[in-house]
Design a protein around this ligand. Structure first.
Ligand code: FRU
Length: 483
């Protein structure tokens, strides 16, 4: 308890040091300090709980704790005390990523205990195993005395060095858990375990392994049920760039398929990226009581610049996205609950624009923007967000190639560059954007493709400009303020 109390006390005593210029208005971020992966995303006693990899003491990655927020509606989040701190020998260097599940009214966390063993031969050598913690109230957790509950199985090429991020779920009367791993650090693999009670686990099988350019190590696996289809969502490291794909340091992908629970194998189809922007990693999903699959990811990537460190905080989550199947693909739409954030609406319909246009009321640094363009009647165009005299972030569409480009060369401080995605031709091109103080998330054609990025503009950069190449036929454009 002492380590948890220290962390909570530090947060309370120091959170007013956090600078607010880029701090999100409605996305989840830590009260102070560093966050990375979402963890333990679940529904417990009718509320959403979201935990996250957390180092409260500095805006830098450090010995991982689990931060914690909860929400009744997926959009208003309440900060709760730190849930886990690394105190035991099997987690000496951090309580790494994991998941949560309700059983008999209690909330169980299954996470990776990380221990650095740093030998002369291998400075990065470490040991990973899986540990359990349980709570009666969803706030205070007790670590299981029999931890670790899962250690690395005896398999050729698999070691305790890369054996992490358990995702637990229930199927029929059994619990299953998939863990991220690698074979000889050359190809990613997922290991499946089975349990009757969450405490005693048996290794079942290699659930899936990569072939070709599918990465060297698979982190943060999720088992997801999407509109009656099964999918594995995970974050492969070291996938090599292919055209406009896989340009971030590591990727987050899904693959549809089918689990053979007797064999312990997932027959998968080729994987595909979940987000084509700059900042998106380690997504986690949970199933809602009305049968939807909701995903939240870290709205950052490893090794990016993260200028908010200067303000004593670092890292944030994406908006919740609901996953659906359309034309054999997984699409990510903003969770429908986000509509409840709308406080006021300014909308225009049936416009013909032939020059760069700023429409009254269509502006802001926090809120939701939407546009529907009649592509049959229009040429290429660009949309500029967070615009000031010197700054802008540009999303442009090239009709001839179908390429949508996100450009952050003039977004403010931080890393620059472009990301692209080729979208299929439709009669109407719809773009919905969620704007927050240092983030933009673009949903193209109702979630067919998504591009997310962090941006660090000045406070006064709140313009939105529509820039037609020639003539643009806008069926509807709107901005919703959130306050
Ligand atoms: C992914 C990851 C996980 C690990 C955690 C450590 O971003 O590397 O594999 O559990 O971060 O913070």
């Amino acid at each position: 308890m002492e380590a948890i109390n220290n962390a909570n006390q530090f947060i309370n005593n120091n959170k007013n040091r956090v600078g607010k210029r880029w701090y999100p208005a409605y996305h989840v971020a830590a009260p102070i300090g560093w966050i990375n992966d979402p963890n333990g995303f679940c529904v417990y006693k009718g509320e959403y709980h979201l935990f996250y990899q957390y180092y409260p003491y500095a805006p830098e990655w450090g010995p991982m704790h689990w931060g914690h927020v909860k929400s009744g509606d997926l959009i208003h989040w309440t900060h709760l005390p730190v849930a886990l701190a690394p105190t035991e020998s099997y987690e000496k260097n951090g309580c790494f990523s994991g998941s949560a599940i309700e059983k008999d009214g209690k909330l169980y966390l299954l996470y990776t205990g990380h221990v650095g063993l740093f030998t002369d031969a291998d400075k990065s050598y470490h040991c990973e195993s899986q540990a359990l913690a349980v709570s009666d109230d969803g706030i205070t957790f007790t670590k299981y005395a029999g931890n670790p509950v899962i250690t690395v199985p005896q398999l050729d090429g698999v070691t305790q060095k890369n054996f992490r991020d358990p995702k637990v779920w229930k199927h029929n009367d059994k619990y299953y858990c998939v863990i991220g791993s690698t074979e000889n650090r050359t190809r990613g693999m997922l290991l499946l375990f089975e349990s009757d009670d969450l405490e005693q686990w048996q290794f079942k099988n290699v659930m899936a392994r990569g072939e070709g350019n599918m990465g060297t190590m698979w982190e943060c696996p999720n088992f997801a049920e999407i509109d009656g289809h099964e999918a594995i969502i995970f974050s492969p490291q070291d996938v090599k760039p292919e055209g406009n794909k896989y340009l971030n340091v590591h990727q987050s992908v899904y693959m549809l398929g089918k689990t053979d629970y007797d064999a312990g194998v997932f027959e998968y189809q080729p994987f595909e990226m979940l987000d084509y922007g700059f900042d998106f990693y380690a997504p986690q999903v949970t199933q809602t009581s009305d049968g939807r699959c909701i995903m939240i990811a870290w709205l950052n990537t490893w090794w990016s610049e993260m200028p908010e460190k200067a303000d004593h905080w670092c890292g944030m989550m994406t908006v919740p996205r609901e996953l659906h199947i359309r034309e054999g693909r997984v699409i990510s739409q903003p969770a429908r609950e986000l509509q409840n954030l709308r406080k006021s609406e300014t909308a225009y319909t049936d416009l013909k624009l032939d020059k760069a246009t700023q429409l009254e009321g269509i502006c802001g640094d926090v809120g939701e923007f939407e546009i529907a363009v009649d592509v049959t009647q229009s040429d290429s165009f660009a949309l500029k967000f967070r615009v000031s005299n010197t700054e802008e972030t540009v999303l442009s569409y090239d009709k001839a190639t179908g390429i949508v480009t996100l450009n952050r060369d003039r977004s403010g401080v931080g890393k620059v560059g472009t990301r692209e995605v080729v979208i299929p031709m439709r009669d109407t091109l719809k773009i919905r954007a969620y704007l927050d103080k240092s983030s933009l998330e673009f949903f193209i054609n109702e979630g067919e493709y998504v591009m997310s990025t962090r941006v660090y503009p000045a406070d006064n950069a709140d313009g939105i400009v529509i820039v037609p190449d020639a003539v643009l036929t806008v069926k509807r454009v709107a901005f919703y303020k959130f306050s």
